[in-house]
Design a protein around this ligand. Sequence first.
Ligand SMILES: [Fe+2]
Length: 148
Amino acid sequence: MSTNSTPVIAALEQALADTYALALKTQNYHWNVEGPNFFGLHNLFEEQYTDAHTAVDELAERIRALGAPAPGGFQVFMDTTKIADAKQNTDATTMIDDLAASHETMGETLRDGVAAAEEARDPATADMLTARLTIHDKHAWMLRSLKA
Ligand SMILES: [Fe+2]
């Protein structure tokens, strides 16, 4: 969070950094997953990181629309995000667990962001973050369901 940031900008910066980190982790697992469910997982991960990449652009442009500069570098994203990097040399089950947990972490962050936007009487940002929350809840459910 930048020092002159509002709570809404901070929430968008957090969502942006987390979404970028989760997109990168998901794409890493898309590349490296192996096993009998390769095609299903490879394709599901692609669907999920493609969604996240689209969201990154929307979140960054919302920050610009509110008059703040959009952060966009590995260092600033690493300093901001709560999403850990992809685990290396790991198996499909660990990847699924890690991604599901990351989507749940995103959900907590986004719930806080929606509250900050509502507090600031910014329904457009609240709506955008609510839409992202719906998607991450869905992705978490789909990942958890792979193991049922
Ligand atoms: Fe690919």
